[in-house]
Design a binder for this molecule. Structure first.
Ligand SMILES: [Zn+2]
Length: 492
């Protein structure tokens, strides 16, 4: 099947472009704090949501209900019960009290950096269990929506925690919502394809399905000395047992840009879909592969990153889009907002609308798309890319035909391992769609959000005037327009 990246017609998308998209967002995740100086900032999902809302994209999607995952769902047949119990009971207080709790946490790779001790990057954060329930609940609800045929594309930007292991935290991830979601999808689909474009190798997911012939994992990642996770992600790691050649790895050196990355991505994924013939796709869209990330050293633009999403969308298969890494938060939010628009099939303006987080985008000129780092050297020579491509395609050639997988009837509502049958969607958009600052303003007695921004602008102008010698502007500011570049008082 040659889609060449174009959308194909399907019964639900007769125009070959429109998709039924559903979207999960939980405001509770924004307040999760990994601690001072930690790279992971869950509020980035709130920033992405605020952008999605300010672009008016919520009107183009159905909202998935927020139902935190239960203990049974999180344990599934993946996480070990002892580890899940630890996550349920661990608090910063119980950890710092020392003793058995601290020892158990450290045994499961949860701890804090202290001089002279082993480095732990998975801290005992306040509200840890609640956080895990919320992001895992989102991915499970999204998988259910796809499994039950109620959506073509389901999005959970707070999910995508691809490093979490059966019985241990890893790489800022505690519960592996991806593994749980894939296992749920397997109740409905014979073969599920997992694609990972995070800068780090998707080790937790690959390991979980290493010997499965129903799940194929493909990870595109940076693989350089001392870069996490060092042990996995080599091009020769190809799965084992029944899953042999159903794990693919595409390692890059530092500095790969859109051209080399997207060319490899499309050529490999086209062949994977042809050969493996998945019935559903799960895509981890970690945005630490973007240029300028605080941890990654790849050099993708938002447009390049989104091209990969667009390409997977073009196969017209049920598609679950998840978040993941991403540590320059303004880039992350801009990327996931743009990819939400890609999922919907809508082109959005490059000028970022006025909203509660808009000052975070001043460094990128209040534009969604920011320039890539021209100083970063691309260590991926053409010969290296060609060698990698040849090795990956050689691995793929061992999978000549789609595996013959016995398809058992899905267990149905309430069946073993299946999520429950609560309504999947909000009938009315929840109030959390509101921008918190706008809501605050409303609750303080103002009803017109335009007035709020007008006032905000006025105050800024007064402050600016003061800086310029105390000359106060007394005339009323012009009405606020939708985009920043059209506004008189926010020019930068
Ligand atoms: Zn990552």
């Amino acid at each position: 099947m040659d889609t060449s990246g174009n959308s194909l017609p399907s019964p639900s998308c007769p125009d070959g472009k429109k998709r039924e998209v559903c979207y999960y967002y939980d405001a509770g995740i924004a307040s999760v704090d990994y601690g001072e100086d930690h790279s992971m900032v869950p509020r980035r999902v709130d920033m992405a949501h605020a952008l999605v809302r300010s672009y008016g994209l919520l009107h183009d999607m159905r909202r998935l209900r927020t139902r935190p995952a239960t203990v049974t769902e999180i344990t599934g047949d993946f996480h070990e019960p002892d580890y899940v119990r630890l996550l349920q009971n661990l608090t910063p207080e119980s950890f710092y009290a020392g003793g058995a709790t601290m020892s158990a946490a450290k045994a499961h790779n949860i701890g804090v950096l202290k001089e002279g001790e082993t480095f732990y990057d998975n801290p005992p954060i306040a509200g840890l269990w609640d956080y895990c329930q919320r992001y895992a609940g989102g991915s499970l609800a999204a998988a259910r929506a796809l499994g039950e045929g109620k959506a073509d594309i389901a999005i959970n930007w707070s999910g995508g925690m691809h490093h979490a292991c059966k019985a241990a935290a890893s790489g800022f991830c505690f519960v592996n919502d991806i593994v749980l979601a894939i296992k749920d999808l397997l109740h409905h689909f014979r073969r599920v394809l997992y694609v990972d474009i995070d800068v780090h190798h998707g080790d937790g997911v690959e390991t979980a399905f290493l010997d499965s012939n129903r799940v194929m994992t493909v990870s595109f990642h940076q693989r350089t000395k001392n870069f996490f996770p060092e042990e996995r992600g080599h091009v020769n790691h190809v799965g084992e047992g029944a899953g042999l050649y159903r794990a693919l790895n595409v390692p890059f050196m530092e500095g790969v840009g859109d051209e080399g990355y997207c060319e490899m991505f499309k050529a490999i994924m086209k062949r994977v879909v042809d050969v493996f013939q998945p019935e559903a796709i799960v895509m981890q869209c970690g945005s630490d592969s973007l240029s300028g990330d605080r941890l990654g050293q790849l050099n993708l633009s938002i447009a390049g990153h989104a091209q990969c999403v667009s390409y997977m969308r073009s196969f017209n298969l049920p598609l679950l889009l998840l978040g993941g890494g991403g540590y320059t938060v303004n880039h992350v939010a801009a990327c996931w907002c743009y990819e939400t628009a890609v999922a919907i099939g809508k082109e959005i303006d490059d000028n970022i609308p006025v909203h509660c987080y808009d000052t975070y985008y001043s460094g990128q000129g209040y534009k969604l798309h920011y320039p890539v780092d021209k100083q970063l050297k691309n260590e991926n020579k053409r010969s290296y890319l060609e060698r990698t491509m040849t090795a990956v395609l050689e691995n793929l050639s061992h999978l000549e035909a789609a595996p013959s997988v016995q398809f058992q009837d899905p267990p149905g509502p309430g069946g073993s391992g299946s999520t429950n049958t609560e309504p999947l969607f909000y009938e009315q958009a929840p109030r959390e769609d509101d921008d918190p600052m706008e809501r605050l303003h409303r609750l303080c007695g103002e009803r017109d959000e335009r007035c709020f921004f007008r006032e905000l602008g006025k105050k800024r102008q007064v402050a600016k005037d003061r800086e310029n010698g105390g000359h106060h502007q007394t005339s009323r500011p012009e009405p606020v327009k939708k985009y920043r570049h059209e506004k008189f008082h926010f020019k930068c």
